[in-house]
Design a protein around this ligand. Structure first.
Ligand SMILES: [Zn+2]
Length: 392
């Protein structure tokens, strides 16, 4: 199946870029970008929506929305993760004691490397194979690096990782087991991000830095298309998403925007952005209209521990346009929700993903949701990635 990707467009100035070439940020809006601030001049993948809509009517298929021809995908399959209905005792409709909320769970921790990041890595690896690039570099504090190492190994590519010295030990092992070249950076994620950009300039390779390579965003939309299909071709009322740098939130938003652009759906789901209390830059930005970094992110939910979210601007736009909301949860609330999910649904989720249930409970108490709302929790990482965070 061919890809219906037409071009890339800068989300700030609208400048267009050839999708056959390798582009990262807009050469005008992103010219002054330096690591340490939210990304500027991020590029959006734009498709031939008319043709996709026409083909969808013949046979609905998530691959119609793929930015790369699936023949370039690495052999290890990604996505098509389970979606199922659960009931969590104690989570009552509208805060009353009538009956429990039936909810959908999308369990993306069942991807090959145990996280949602595989969706982005799959597409970036496919883009490299299509462009005959044999080496990919990225900066990451954990799951994105594990994922790129895994999918890169599947495709036989050289993978280079820049990770902060203090990244979780289990994730450093997962990177190395796939034979990726690991460079520990004495500094923060921003320093690793910078080091990966410098490496890219010096070598003839591709950079997978999250948000920087446009397909890291578009790759993350495939779960949204799957949710629409698995939910019986219905747009859920709410999708609850764990949010760190905002790329998954933006990816899900882009999925439903693309479905709408192709004339397949009419409405967008409301997005509930759940953040750890100390890592709440996007929620604060949504509340106040002003961006500032999270001052001192300290949380057990390492996958959403972010000082400067890469996609802060696009994320807030997504929350406004979906009439969504942002909410903060504490580590204690995350740990309690992690046990409830495991006990009542059989899903062992890593702390960042467990935050979705904690955030939903708070949103129910605030009466943000209606009693008959159709809700989906997005579980992005497997609990076995960080068993030390569990509080039995
Ligand atoms: Zn621009």
């Amino acid at each position: 199946m061919k890809s219906y990707l037409l071009k890339y467009c800068c989300i700030e100035c609208g400048k267009e870029f050839n999708s056959k070439e390798l582009h990262y940020l807009c050469d005008e809006c992103g010219r002054d970008y330096v690591p340490g601030i939210p990304l500027k001049g991020v590029l959006e993948a734009v498709f031939d929506y008319e043709e996709i809509g026409r083909r969808w009517k013949q046979k609905p298929d998530p691959l119609l929305f793929s930015a790369v021809n699936p023949k370039f995908y690495p052999p290890l399959p990604v996505g098509n993760t389970p979606f199922f209905r659960v009931r969590i005792p104690g989570l009552k409709r509208g805060g009353t004691a009538s009956s429990d909320y039936p909810m959908g769970i999308k369990f993306d921790g069942l991807n090959p490397s145990g996280s949602y990041k595989d969706r982005a890595s799959q597409l970036v690896v496919a883009d490299a194979l299509q462009k005959e690039i044999t080496e990919i570099v990225t900066a990451s504090t954990g799951n994105a690096a594990c994922s790129l190492a895994c999918l890169g190994a599947s495709a036989g590519l050289k993978v280079v990782i820049f990770a902060p010295q203090n990244a979780p030990p289990a994730k450093l092992i997962q990177i190395q087991v796939h034979n990726a070249e690991l460079h520990k950076v004495d500094g923060s994620y921003d320093d690793a991000f910078k080091a990966a950009l410098e490496y890219t300039k010096m070598h003839n390779c591709m950079c997978r830095n999250t948000g920087y390579h446009p397909l890291t965003i578009d790759g993350k939309k495939s779960a949204g298309i799957e949710i629409y299909i698995q939910n019986g071709y219905k747009v859920p009322d709410w999708i609850v998403i764990p949010v760190g740098d905002g790329v998954i939130l933006t990816g899900i938003y882009k999925a439903f925007l693309d479905l709408q652009r192709a004339g397949i759906t009419k409405n967008l789901p409301h997005l509930l952005c759940v953040q750890a209390e100390s890592s709440d830059a996007i929620t604060s930005y949504w509340e106040t209209g002003n961006y500032h970094d999270a001052e001192n992110p300290v949380t057990i939910a390492d996958s959403i521990k972010v000082k400067t979210p890469a996609l802060a601007h696009w994320s807030v736009k997504a929350l406004i346009e979906t009439d969504g909301k942002g909410i903060r949860v504490s580590d204690a609330e995350i740990q309690e929700a992690q046990l409830e999910l495991a006990k009542y649904t059989g899903v062992f989720a890593e702390p960042s993903s467990s935050a979705t249930l904690a955030g939903l409970k708070k949103a129910v108490n605030k009466r943000w949701l209606k009693t008959d709302n159709d809700i989906v929790l997005l579980i992005t990482g497997h609990g076995l990635k960080d068993p030390g965070a569990v509080k039995l």
